[in-house]
Every structure is written in structure tokens, then in C-alpha cells.
Design a protein around this ligand. Structure first.
Ligand code: ADP
Length: 166
């Protein structure tokens, strides 16, 4: 398994599954979620609403899957991260782990993840980077994991922490 850190827009990445930093209601109104729907098409939002109608809102740390619409990926894995100051960082670890578990279940080989909870939800990049480093070290049956950072700042922090944590 190879882990890549990359800087840019996650909707441009070639991976079988793309993880979205979602909210419990899977209403993709801002941040990376909005970018995914804008580029992937409204079917992603429609499938998301259908999921919530059927199953109810997701709990923090949980994931749900939809198609990826017009994106190159096969699936979007919508992961609900915690809100900083309201929900603990163990939920961030859960959201990351559940995303990778779901990718294994879907039998995909490659997955791209954004820095969940570090935008609207306010977590420091450093906390997210440490959680990612920890979870990525576990034994995953995936060929390629791409961590996609949107800002320079995020990229530099992740690079430093990943080096520190090996
Ligand atoms: P959350 O509500 O979980 O904080 P956000 O979407 O607000 O989710 O932000 C999560 C991270 O995604 C932030 O670090 C933000 O800079 C980043 N981000 C925003 N747009 C994109 C994009 N198109 N591709 C990759 N990352 C993005």
C-alpha cells in the first residue's frame, strides 16, 4: 500500500473512491462537499437525500456511499467528521477509519481523502494529520491512499506530521 500526500482539488484526483467531508444530513452546501456536487452533478445530492430519507441522518463518525456522478471515481464515501470544541477527536479517527473500511467493503483499490473536519468544522490541521497518520498505519487492503490537501498550510502541516509519525 502506498500513501501519497498531494495538494489541490480532490475532484480532480483519479481514485476509485473519493471521501467527502459531509454533515449528518448529507446536505452538500459548502466546502469540499459543494465542490464534489458542483463537479459530479446533482445526482450525488439526490442520492444523498434518498439515503437520509431511508436511514435517517448519520451519526458523527459514520459514513454513507453514493455514486460519484460525472466524476472519474466510482463512489463517493460521505464521512461525517466532528465539530471542533463540540465533539471529540476520537470521532475524527472513527470517520477516517470507517471511510477506509467502507472502501475495502466496496473492493476498491484506491481512495482519496480530504482533511476531514478542518474547514467549516474547525479542527486544526495538526489534529487531523495525526489521526490520519495513525489510521493509515493500520493494515488496509488497498493499493493507494491519497490524502488531498487544499491549502498550502494544510499541505505543509501534513507533510511535517507524516514525517514525524513515519
Ligand atoms: P468540514 O465541515 O468537515 O470541516 P470542509 O469541506 O469545510 O469540511 O473542509 C474540509 C477540508 O477540505 C478543509 O481543509 C478544506 O480546506 C478542504 N477543501 C475544500 N475544498 C476542497 C477541494 N475541492 N478539494 C480538497 N479539499 C478541499
Amino acid at each position: 500500500m502506498i500513501v501519497y500526500l498531494t495538494k489541490g482539488d480532490i475532484t480532480e484526483i483519479e481514485a476509485d473512491a473519493i471521501v467527502n467531508a459531509a454533515n449528518s444530513f448529507l446536505e452538500h452546501g459548502g466546502g469540499v462537499a459543494y465542490a464534489i456536487v458542483r463537479k459530479g452533478g446533482k445526482e450525488i445530492q439526490e442520492e444523498s437525500r434518498e439515503y437520509v430519507r431511508k436511514h435517517g441522518p448519520l451519526k458523527t463518525g459514520e459514513v454513507a456511499v453514493t455514486s460519484a456522478g460525472k466524476l472519474k471515481a466510482k463512489y463517493i464515501i460521505h464521512a461525517v467528521g466532528p465539530r471542533y470544541g463540540i465533539e471529540g477527536e476520537e470521532k475524527l479517527e472513527e470517520a477516517i477509519r470507517n471511510s477506509l473500511r467502507k472502501a475495502e467493503e466496496l473492493k476498491v483499490k484506491s481512495i482519496a481523502l480530504p482533511a476531514i473536519s478542518t474547514g467549516i468544522y474547525g479542527y486544526p490541521y495538526e489534529v487531523c494529520a495525526r489521526k490520519m497518520a495513525k489510521v493509515l498505519k493500520e493494515n488496509w487492503n488497498l493499493d493507494k491512499i491519497i490524502v488531498c490537501l487544499y491549502t498550502n498550510d494544510a499541505y505543509e502541516v501534513f507533510k511535517r506530521i507524516f514525517k514525524e509519525e513515519g
